[in-house]
Design a protein around this ligand. Structure first.
Ligand code: SF4
Length: 296
């Protein structure tokens, strides 16, 4: 598989070529994507970031952030994915791009060098399925533990991880959020070969329940699944899920699939209220979290 190319390292600004004409400019506190860009565009972007007063630490000598007690950073280990969810905002799997160890190390060094923090919150998130770059994640955790007294780890995953990753979650007391769409899962979240993925995800949810681990489920509701929220809540309650985040699909130009998958706010609200009533009236031991629609 293709590895992403580190084109340049400009003090704390890295430029990675993600694929032809697509670049990621990595500044310690953010990643800026340059899509359909020429190398001149990327150079101009790097210059802009270097001149950005918010990136003072990237323009010369590192500036200590002062007496910060806890630092946090998010790593995106890969854009590759073993699933092809119909609403994927990142088109996970379209690019087989993996963060090299040197980038993870550089990011951790950067946050160590610019902060007095004794503890680090390290998040692994998508753009793809983080566990597909498990060796780099494991390396990042081990390395961070050498540099910080305390490291807390969190991951957002599609829940298709194997036994080795489950053991890693337990050993490192990782806070886990699993994406699972309940009764609509096999329609909305298939493997890249078109096979259903719910059985695999469900087995991992059961594993975490049986191990008494706290975790959260994130359930995306589309215009197709908005009327099955109650069934999905029953499904999760039967599995032993305690915390459930229900979120409407937010479609944008970058999303995979057609753009009319966002449920209408009225229909979403009506069904969400019915779902809350269902939880309360049936005494389901499940805490629902609701994310609203974006405002323009
Ligand atoms: S698992 Fe996540 S990254 Fe992969 S296709 Fe689905 S939404 Fe996208």
């Amino acid at each position: 598989m293709e590895q992403n190319t580190v084109l340049s390292t400009d003090l704390l600004i890295d430029v990675l070529q993600v694929s032809k004409n697509n670049y990621a400019v990595i500044v310690p506190n953010k990643i800026v994507f340059a899509v359909d860009a020429s190398q001149d565009d990327v150079k101009a972007l790097v210059q802009e970031e270097r001149n950005n007063p918010e990136n003072e630490y990237a323009s010369g000598a590192h500036t200590c952030l002062g007496a910060v007690e806890e630092a946090s950073m998010t790593l995106l280990p890969t854009f590759d994915c073993n699933m092809r969810c119909i609403y994927c905002y990142a088109r996970g799997g379209d690019d087989q791009v993996f963060m090299p160890k040197q980038v993870a190390k550089g990011a951790i060094d950067a946050i160590r060098g610019t902060s007095n923090a004794q503890s680090l919150s390290l998040y692994f998130a998508g753009g793809g399925e983080p566990f597909l770059n498990f060796p780099v994640m494991d390396f990042a955790v081990r390395y961070a533990k050498q540099l910080f007294h305390e490291v807390s780890i969190a991951i957002v995953t599609n829940g298709t991880f194997g036994a080795e990753q489950l053991e890693w979650i337990i050993q490192n007391e990782v806070s886990v959020r699993i994406s699972c769409d309940g009764v609509a899962h096999d329609y909305q979240r298939q493997f890249s070969d078109g096979n259903p993925s719910r059985d695999v995800v469900q087995a991992n949810i059961r594993n975490l329940v049986n191990l008494n681990r706290e975790f959260m489920i994130q359930c995306i509701v589309t215009s197709n699944s908005v009327r099955s929220m109650v069934e999905s809540v029953d499904y999760f309650a039967n599995l032993g899920v305690k915390t459930l985040k229900i979120e409407p699909a937010h479609m944008s130009e970058t999303c995979r699939g057609n753009k009319d998958m966002t449920p209408s706010p009225q229909e979403f609200a009506r069904n969400f209220i019915e779902t809350l009533k269902h939880i309360v009236l049936n005494g389901l031991p499940l805490k629902p979290i609701f994310r609203t629609f974006p405002t323009e």
